[in-house]
Design a binder for this molecule. Structure first.
Ligand code: M6R
Length: 612
């Protein structure tokens, strides 16, 4: 959730840390801070509530922080409100140790009580402060910094990625992780730690991903990795493919708009390596055919928008492969005594690959004997590394908190996987398969066509941006799309919104419809179009204003005005979700823009959710 950056090099640390925090701010943005150690062993820090720009102002108005080694943090508050004191880095009582932390320490109260009895005075309400105070407490016993870090880690329960500085070591920084992402970047006469590779792209694309219980000692010229027992280990280096420009706004007002516009390219990149000789081919699954043929149940496990992708996947894969598919919220799956065995395939869907709920569900599924295939965007992320098989979406870095291009690439992977599996078990005819492939080839272009007519969504948004409540209704695949359209809208515009299976409305919710209520009706799923049209008429007769999303060839069947009709190109029914989500994303974006919302960083949210 929070963002961590650390630098050890030959130049001033603060500008590099601030630059890294800028790239990480999407992970948490209620406060920020930095700490550096000067060559003569002075620990200095600055931290403040609010966005990074507030920290920049603080730094500009105080004595410069001097030093070529430092750590920085952007916070998404868990323990203690966002304020200056609760911001990271946290500093030991004797000003010797500074710590930045991402994760939650579950037994912090117990450690705090222990240290208070020893005379340590706590200043913040955070769980993190115990890490700084405990390392410092141990350090003053034998001046063994690495040993103090290990002793501390052995006492912690919970999740952590940490960066540690000690005033006595002006050229050294220590990093450690358990259940929270952390990677090491290799620069030229400098090295880095970061919770996310986007923070490092300006400096290096050569990284090592830390595993649970590992510890690293970082200097400008050397990195030494240790396992949980303090034994030295070798780590593999990985070259990251993303470039700096992919994590920059590139002239767009918001990352969200840029990422919406990048969808045709992201989908093209995701599809093309998986088509060979006019067949769908997943290199990642080569040799696993017999295992896949033995599957008798599939669980899609994910959170938020990724869960909505799972809902689409359920409809498509059940229909194609005739295998029962359940879409489960990761946070529920883990505690629901799921019926899982070695014939169950678990598909974990995650953009970040770091979502803790999804990670915990993955581990539970593995413990129960299931095989885990994950669909992940961030290469080398924790979920990717713990899965049996991984299929990467090729969306590139997604910075806006509201997911758009990652959602679309996850959708296309699942739909292609549905055909791949159905073909493997002989559940799909050659004609149907070929027809799908021919429509698949047209998808990126059709997406582009839709994006080129964004003004229809923009105009509708200027008409409806001040509504207090919006309903999304649809059936079957369209219902799964409603879940996403509604989440997108409320997440960034703060308008209350509900998504309903259109046929369910009359079982209670229709009582909320009154003159002026806005209803967005999804009618792209042709077999149920007429039924949804009846539901539209029902809400219209109660005074609702309706926007419909409809396929080109059905647009004349709609009883909504031209300006209230978002038309999507005709396509294969299972490719419609990739298209019909686009007007929903654009509508949400322009509504939020009209309302003056902070689109890329909506209140209370963060991009990567690494707490339960
Ligand atoms: O990184 P993940 O895909 O695992 O994230 C899951 C959800 O937190 C995420 O999709 C969230 O719902 C988005 N902010 C929605 O736009």
């Amino acid at each position: 959730m929070c963002g961590i950056i650390g630098y050890a090099g030959e130049t001033s640390a603060v500008p590099i840390l601030l630059d890294g925090l800028e790239a990480l701010e999407y992970r948490g943005y209620d406060s920020a801070g930095v700490a550096v150690v000067s060559p003569d062993g002075k620990l200095q820090f600055s931290k403040s509530k609010g966005r990074l720009k507030v920290l920049r102002e603080h730094l500009a108005n105080q004595e410069p922080l001097v030093g070529n080694i430092g750590i920085g943090h952007t916070r998404w508050a868990t323990h203690g409100e966002p304020n200056d004191v609760n911001s990271h880095p946290h500093i030991g009582n004797k000003n010797k140790i500074a710590v930045v932390h991402n994760g939650i320490i579950e037994n912090y109260m117990e450690i705090r009580a222990y240290l208070e009895k020893k005379g340590v005075e706590f200043v913040s309400e955070t769980d993190t402060e115990v890490i700084a105070q405990l390392i410092e407490y141990y350090y003053f016993k034998d001046y063994d910094l690495l040993g103090s870090v290990y002793k501390t880690l052995h006492r912690l329960r919970g999740a952590y990625a940490i960066g540690v500085l000690c005033a006595d070591y002006p050229g050294r920084m220590i990093a450690a992780r358990k259940d929270a992402p952390l990677l090491i970047g290799y620069g030229d006469k400098c090295n880095f730690i970061a919770s996310d590779v986007t923070a490092l792209l300006k400096h290096t694309r050569t990284v090592s991903y830390m595993n649970d219980d590992e510890v690293a000692v970082i200097t400008p010229y050397k990195i030494t990795f240790f396992d949980g027992d303090r034994g030295v280990i070798e780590k593999e280096k990985t070259e990251v493919e993303w470039d700096v420009s992919s994590a920059e706004k590139g002239g767009y007002a918001h990352f969200m708009l840029k990422e919406i516009m990048e969808q045709p390219e992201a989908v093209r990149k995701t599809i093309s390596p998986r088509i060979k000789d006019n067949r769908i081919f997943f290199e990642e699954l080569a040799g696993k055919e017999e295992l896949l043929k033995g599957i008798n149940k599939i669980y899609m496990i994910a959170c938020g928008s990724a869960y909505h992708v799972g809902m689409v996947g359920k409809y498509i894969i059940e229909k194609l492969a005739r295998i029962p598919v359940e879409a489960a919220l990761a946070s529920e799956f883990r505690y629901a005594s799921p019926l899982v065995d070695e014939h169950t395939l678990i598909i974990v869907i995650s953009q970040s690959g770091e979502t803790l709920d999804s990670m915990a569900a993955l581990r539970e599924a593995k413990r129960l004997g299931a095989r885990v295939l994950s669909i992940v965007n961030v290469i080398g992320s924790s979920i990717a590394r713990e899965s049996d098989e991984v299929i990467y979406t090729m969306a590139g870095p997604e910075i806006a908190v509201a997911t758009t291009k990652a959602y679309n690439t996850q959708l296309i992977i699942l739909t292609m996987f549905g055909y791949y599996l159905a073909d493997l078990i002989g559940a799909v005819s050659k004609e149907e398969y070929d027809e799908f492939l021919s429509e698949l080839g047209k998808l990126p272009e059709q997406m582009q066509k839709l994006l080129d007519s964004a003004d229809v969504c923009q105009q509708a948004a200027s008409k409806y941006f001040n509504r207090n409540s919006v309903f999304f209704i649809g059936r079957n695949l369209d219902y799964a799309l409603c879940l996403e359209g509604s989440l997108k809208l409320k997440e960034i515009s703060y308008i209350h919104s509900e998504s309903y299976a259109a046929g369910e409305l009359k079982h209670g919710t229709i009582s909320l419809i009154e003159p002026g209520t806005l209803v967005v009706a999804m009618t792209t799923y042709a077999p149920l179009l007429e039924k949804t049209v009846s539901n539209i008429v029902e809400v219209q007769s109660r005074g609702a204003e309706v926007i419909s999303v409809v396929s080109e060839s059905d647009k004349d069947k709609m009883n909504t005005s031209y300006e209230n009709t978002f038309v999507v190109p005709d396509s294969h029914p299972f490719l419609k979700p990739n298209l019909s989500v686009i007007p929903l994303q654009l509508f949400a974006y322009y509504v939020a823009l009209n309302r003056g919302c902070d689109i890329d960083k909506p209140r209370n949210l963060a991009k990567s959710v690494t707490v339960e």
